[in-house]
Design a protein around this ligand. Structure first.
Ligand code: 6PG
Length: 500
């Protein structure tokens, strides 16, 4: 038994995470359902990976498990859903008390809660760990969101800290070339204990919900520049490149700059113009929106991003509808620089709303599911390695450092100022989108959230009247203490008001 850890599932994420672990000086046993895949992986690693000798391949589960030092740590990187249960069930007969299974897939957090409970009853520890950063993140430093018992975490922690992305602990700037296995002075490793049972996968799910809206907002900015200003893809790409130097600096803005400037490798023009406009999705954004609905958290911008993908996917219907349903003729704007600046404002303000919604949702969830989440730390874990990594996240960590009980990110002085400064441009852009018939669901949903949240008074008075009218659902009065409920016999004003 000379493996420090084991890993099951050698698709790209699994392969890359195994190499990352081996690079940090750990012997890692690897197993895949199809042994041919294991052989191929080892073959290729021998040719190109210096740490390949630390990869220990196995073709049967029993010897794989026996090769791992106890308490055994076994990472699963298999498809979320039933494949995860099948793998766990196959492993269990070979495991002993105190062994730890770590699920690094994009599992639904309620599945993680169930699995943790089932395995605990068998004396086996279960860590559900969000893993973000795609293939490159897994290989060179992901953002990791683990949850389970503290004891299990203590056992996994050294490896997780070693392989995670590293950022400067104070500024949050990514630390490049972090030496494998060596702690970096002043460095923060992008992983922290999130909480018990499903908390880690929950936080990863919200990360993905935010990822969806972050991406949607960027797409809207691109679309408005293209349609309102008649800009070509590469020119828009340069704008993103420039934005990446400032407060919008982030992985998604950076890759957008690259994507937009990419020439079509098989013909003239830019590749982005040749990509079919139907968005795929594997479900994590939809889970976030559905959970927000369930908890009554106003995450309308996150939901708008999910709906925007759904609308994009009915391509044939849209093509038909475009011949039937009328819209205005788009009027190209001439004041290019001013419009680009306004689009930047719209993007930044909407992004703040999106994150405010994500954190507000996690706040509701921690009450509902009995967790104690550390929001400043979560923002710091997301600062490096993950898909939504951004300079902006440091401001969120700072906001929670200033006030750990912050009700809404928009109320933090930095963010309040950003919204105050950006809102004029944001409104102008949405007005232009509306008058020209250009869809901007993300920007508009975010603005509706902002305007709703900052309204001391909303028309829900009328709504309560309607509910009381047709269903005797009662209402409270502005001139009476909260918690006192009234009902009247609508529509007869002469009848007395009942105190219920
Ligand atoms: C990450 C990503 C990753 C992934 C999702 C999103 O954090 O590394 O979020 O988990 O890209 O699969 O997928 P869809 O867009 O396909 O839903």
């Amino acid at each position: 038994d000379n493996a420090d850890i084991g890993l099951v599932g050698l698709a790209v994420m699994g392969q890359n995470l195994a190499l990352n672990i081996a690079d940090h000086g750990y012997n890692i046993a690897v197993f895949n359902r199809d042994p041919g895949k294991t052989r191929k992986f080892i073959e290729e690693a021998k040719q190109s990976e210096p740490s390949h000798a630390r990869l220990l391949p196995f073709e049967d589960l029993a010897s794989f498990v026996l090769s791992i030092k106890r308490p055994r740590k076994i990472v699963l990187l298999v498809k979320a859903g039933s494949a995860t249960d099948v793998t766990i069930n196959a492993l269990v007969p070979f495991l002993e008390q105190g062994d730890i299974i770590i699920d690094g897939g994009n599992s639904l957090w309620t599945d993680t809660i169930r699995r943790e409970k089932e395995l605990r009853a068998k004396g086996i520890e279960f860590i559900g760990s969000g893993v973000s950063g795609g293939e490159t993140g897994a290989r060179f430093g992901p953002s990791l969101m683990p949850s389970g018992t503290r004891m299990a975490w203590a056992s996994l922690e050294p490896i997780w800290r070693d392989i995670a992305a590293k950022v400067d602990a104070v500024t949050g700037e990514p630390l490049e070339g972090a030496a494998p296995g060596k702690p970096i002075e002043g460095g923060f490793s992008c992983t922290e204990y999130i909480g018990p049972d499903g908390a880690g996968h929950y936080v990863k799910m919200v990360h993905n919900g935010i990822e969806y809206i972050d991406m949607q907002l960027i797409c809207e900015a691109y679309w408005l520049m293209k349609n309102l200003l008649g800009m070509e893809a590469d020119e828009i790409g340069k704008v993103f490149e420039e934005w990446n130097q400032g407060e919008l600096s982030s992985f998604l803005i950076e890759i957008t700059g690259d994507i937009l400037q990419q020439k079509d490798p098989v013909g003239p023009g830019f590749l982005v113009d040749k990509i079919l406009d139907t968005a795929g999705q594997k479900g994590t954004g939809q889970w976030t929106a559905a959970n927000a609905l369930e908890l009554g958290a106003p995450a309308n911008a996150i939901a708008a991003a999910v709906y925007a993908r759904a609308l994009s996917s009915v391509k044939e219907e849209r093509v038909e509808a475009s011949k039937i349903l009328k819209g205005p003729v788009i009027k190209t704007e001439s004041d290019k620089q001013a419009i680009i600046e306004a689009i930047k404002n719209a993007l930044y303000c909407s992004k703040i709303c999106a994150y405010a919604q994500g954190f507000q949702l996690m706040d509701k969830a921690q009450v509902q599911y009995n967790w104690k989440l550390n929001f400043g730390e979560i923002a710091q874990i997301w600062r490096g390695g993950c898909i939504i990594r951004a300079r902006f996240l440091q401001k969120i960590t700072d906001a929670y450092a200033l006030n750990s009980r912050l009700k809404n990110l928009m109320l933090d002085p930095y963010f309040t100022q950003a919204m105050n400064e950006g809102q004029e441009g944001w409104r102008k852009v949405i007005a232009l989108a509306v008058t020209n018939g250009i869809p901007a669901q993300g920007f508009s949903a975010a603005l509706a959230y902002y305007d709703g949240y900052r309204s001391a008074v909303l028309p829900a008075n009328l709504l309560q009247g309607q509910r009381d009218y047709f269903g005797a659902h009662t209402f409270e009065r502005v001139d009476q203490p909260r918690g006192k409920f009234f009902h009247v016999d609508w529509p007869d004003p002469a009848r007395p008001q009942l105190d219920v």
